[in-house]
Design a protein around this ligand. Sequence first.
Ligand SMILES: *Cc1c(COP(=O)(O)O)cnc(C)c1O
Length: 379
Amino acid sequence: MNIATQAAQIGLDWDTRTGAVTVPVYQTATFRHPGLGQSTGYDYSRSGNPTRQALEEGIARLDGGARGFAYASGMAAIANILLLFKSGDHIVVTEDLYGGTCRLFDQILTQYGLAFTYVDTSDTAAVREAIRPETKALFVESLTNPLLKVADIAALSAICRQRGLLCIVDNTFLTPYLLRPLDLGADITVYSGTKYLSGHNDTVSGLAVVKDPTLAERVYFHQNSVGAVLGPQDSWLTIRGMKTLSVRLDRQQENALRIAEWLSGHPKIRKVYYPGLAEHPGHDLLKKQARGFGAMIAFEVESPDQVEPLLMKTDVISFAESLGGVETLITFPQVQTHADIPPEVRTRLGINDVLLRLSVGIEDADDLIADLAQALAGY
Ligand SMILES: *Cc1c(COP(=O)(O)O)cnc(C)c1O
C-alpha cells in the first residue's frame, strides 16, 4: 500500500469496541490485571501504552521495519539507539551533523568510551577509509543540515553489511514519504518526530525503526530500561500530524523549489543550496534514491551585516529554530542550530556568517517570495 494511505490511516481500527476512527489517548499510567500472572498486554505505560503503540506500529509500517519506538524527543531516540554500543566501540558519523547529535556524541558519549570519526558521508570512499577494526556502526544523515548533502544510502549500507557494521540513518529531513532507508539496506532509522512527522511545530517527539526483529528486542529492552518514552498525548499529536505527511510534504516541496529558483536569480544572494536544483551536487542521487528533494533551503547573503536585518524584516516567515512544520521558519545556523559544532569545522563545512536556512512551510509561495523580496530590498 502507498505510504500516503498508510500514514493517513495510522490508528484506524484500533478501538474495535467503539469503532473510533482515531486512536484514543490512553492517558493512564497503569492497567488492571485480569488475574494473577495475567496481562491485557499492557501493564505499565513506560513498558507499553496503546496510543504510543499505535504510533510505533505506524512508523514501523511506513519504514518497513520490524518494530518502531517512540521517545520523548529526537535526541532521546538517538541516545537510546547509541546504547547498543559499549566502551571501545568506534562509530563513523556524518560531519555536518545536527548540532545536538554532535553535542551528545562528543561531549557525553565520549565519556563512556565511545569514539567518533566525522566524515563527509556524501563521499562513499571517505566513509570506507574511516572504518577501523573497532568500528561498529555508521551514523549518517540522509540529507544533511544545513548544507543538504546527500548520502548514497544503498552504497553505504552495502559497505556496512560487508564490514559487519550497523547502518543507522537519521532520516528526519526526508521522512519515509520521500526515502525509505531500510529498503536500501540500512538497519535502523531515527527521526526527530518534532519536525516533518508531527509537522505542526506543536510537539517534541522522537522515533526509531529497527529492521531486524532480534535487534529490535534489544532496543525495546533499552527503551523500557531507560524510560525516555513519548507520553500518550504527544503520541496522539504525532499520529495526527503524520496523517497529513504526504500532502504537507508535496506542498512544501513545491514551495521550496519555487523559492530556491527565485533566490538563485536574486542579485543579493550569493549562493543557494537546494537539492531540487539541477546544479546541486546531490540532485541526481536524490532523484534516483528518493521520491523528492525535501523542503529545506540554505542560502548565503552578501555580507554578515545583512543577516540580522534580514532576520528581523521577514514578517510572514518567522525567525525561529526547528523545521518541518507548516509555518515557514528562517534560522542562522552558525549561532543557533550549529553552535555546538567546533568553529574550525563549521568554517570548513561552509556553515559561515552569511549562511541562512529556510524551512519552507505550506503557505502560499507568492506570499513567501514577496516576504523575502521586501526583506532583501531593505538594505
Ligand atoms: C531536530 C533534529 C534532531 C533532534 O530532535 P529533537 O526532537 O529536537 O530532540 C535530530 N536530528 C535532526 C536531523 C534534527 O533536525
